[in-house]
Design a protein around this ligand. Structure first.
Ligand SMILES: NC(=O)c1ccc[n+]([C@@H]2O[C@H](COP(=O)([O-])OP(=O)(O)OC[C@H]3O[C@@H](n4cnc5c(N)ncnc54)[C@H](OP(=O)(O)O)[C@@H]3O)[C@@H](O)[C@H]2O)c1
Length: 270
């Protein structure tokens, strides 16, 4: 059976998701993109999907609507099409917006909340998914299938977990890049490497470290770290410096502050 899958918004996240599904005959994809230039570009790049400026018909119970607009635009956009979307299954990728808020705008309790991260755009993502009890196991499976095309899926047991996962699954990407910037700065300013050399080298370090972990899934991260940290060796001196300066305590504070900001933003949106 083919399932109609309609994206409200054809921006970065929507495209990351439907790009992985265009050749899957299980879904008939339609994208609502109001900007004509963006719509033309999408239609040109993905000839097998339908691109329309508005949703001008009612979606039925078996159809899926994926809300991929900015949280700030959501209330107005949902209210404008409310009478067309209160029977279908609704999936939100919008940060910070609760199921209760969306449900109250569209008078539809069948809402699944998801939180993909940015590497989803290169099919290396993590998507946390929370489905309330009104959603059937079959519907959950279908949604898992959609997000499996852009990376791994984490099944949240409560809606609160969707906010709690952000410091780890999304913000940690920024934290890793920030850490990399520190290595580049030290390599350039203290060790005389050019910016470009340091950039190439640290990218390779991070992708190589990640590849090593992937190639050895049974070896824990701590064990891999111990393997590259010989007793009385050079790396150990660096690790001891991080320990002395309480890097893990700083990391904990960074994650806590990140989470507090998520809760603050959620108050603004809901
Ligand atoms: N990007 C990420 O890495 C990421 C990660 C996790 C979650 N998200 C969530 O994904 C959602 C989309 O983010 P994005 O990065 O894809 O944003 P984006 O690239 O700005 O895309 C937003 C899209 O929504 C469209 N839109 C806005 N109002 C609309 C309306 N009333 N009717 C129809 N379309 C409308 C915009 O169209 P116009 O171009 O015409 O304005 C645009 O195509 C956000 O809620 C965000 O929280 C994104």
């Amino acid at each position: 059976m083919t399932t109609k899958l309609v994206f409200l918004g054809g921006g970065n996240m929507a495209e990351a998701i439907f790009a992985g599904l265009v050749n899957n005959s299980q879904f008939a994809i339609e994208v609502i993109q109001r900007n004509p230039e963006k719509a033309a570009r999408l239609q040109n790049d993905y000839p097998s999907i339908k691109v329309n400026p508005t949703l001008d018909y009612k979606l039925n119970q078996d159809d899926i609507l994926l809300l991929a607009i900015k949280p700030q635009q959501a209330k107005e956009a949902c209210l404008a099409i409310k009478n067309k979307i209160h029977d279908c299954l609704v999936v939100s990728v919008m940060a910070g917006l609760s199921i209760a808020s969306i449900s109250s705008w569209i008078d539809n309790p069948r809402i699944i909340r998801t939180m993909p991260n940015t590497p989803s755009s290169v099919a290396q993502g993590i998507t946390a998914i929370f489905a309330p009890s009104i959603i059937s196991a079959q519907e959950q499976q279908l949604i898992n299938l959609i997000f499996s095309t852009i990376g791994i899926v984490y099944t949240a047991q409560t809606e609160g977990e969707i906010d709690k996962i952000v410091p780890l699954s999304s913000s940690a990407i920024g934290f890793v890049y920030y850490f990399m910037e520190g290595f580049i700065s030290a390599a350039v300013n203290e060790f005389g490497f050019s910016q470009q050399q340091a950039d190439v080298l640290i990218r390779q370090v991070v992708s190589g470290s990640s590849a090593l972990l992937s190639a050895n899934p049974d070896i824990s991260i701590s064990e891999q770290r111990a393997r590259v940290t010989s007793k009385k060796g050079a790396t150990e001196q660096g690790v001891l410096t991080f320990e002395r300066e309480k890097l893990h305590e700083i990391t904990k504070q960074a994650m806590q502050n990140c989470y507090l900001r998520i809760l603050e933003m959620a108050k603004e949106f809901n």
